[in-house]
Design a protein around this ligand. Sequence first.
Ligand code: URA
Length: 280
Amino acid sequence: MSGRSIEYEDALALLDWYVTAGADEAIQDEPQDRYVEPNKLAASKPGTKQATPTPSHQPRQTRAGSAQTIPAGDEAIKSARQIAGECTSLDELRAAMEAFESCSLANTAHSTVFSDGHPSASVMLIGEAPGRDEDRAGLPFVGRAGQLLDRMLAAIDLSRKNEGASGAYIANVVPWRPPGNRNPTTEEVATCMPFIERHIALAQPKVIVALGGISAKNLLDTPTGITKLRGKWAIYESGDRKIPILPMFHPAYLLRTPAHKRYAWKDLLALQDRLNESEE
Ligand code: URA
């Protein structure tokens, strides 16, 4: 006997079920029974005003902080494209993304995960979307996958702490964490694409690495999967600039499939060669 009550075990099992289903964030201090109609609640307490719950772990502050209509599909993409296109510096782009509300993910995430490393780095690595650790830290690739990524970079003498030829600049296609670490939807990615495209245009890296299928498919605008794309150099067109881009397996995938680290090693060596060539 563990000495735990049945209620305790039931509560633990329920919590476990929520986490498995992807609900891994408490956004309010008190649970809210969504089955109870608000007007019934008010009616049950005559003369009392409904208190506004104060979330303990506030989602990212949005401009109005009020109920807002999120433009759907094309409208949101158009708005992102216009806003991103008007930014003439990375600081402006970061501020514009922090104020952007037309992607539903922006309203559930705690932070806009813009980038890490130095924008002068020769290589820009682009992942998929922040996870829970990144959302909390406000920085890309800080969790387990990020630690592996740092070790992979160190193996070819690159670091996000450095500038220029030995540096690594890191961002994501989607800057807001999808709840429960699910994959971003096609519509969410499409809304975020103008931001990462502008990010690349402003950072002007010499070489891009696309980490994982979502990043590679969207940057290369192809339905081909990462297993076929990885290790094959392609060209990313940013305005007039043609930037070599190398798709690689995502570090999170490598953590789950360590046998495929050998492909990642091959790709890292190809990246190192290309960077050396671009310095000559
Ligand atoms: N996975 C990503 O693609 N990006 C991150 O920032 C973290 C994990």
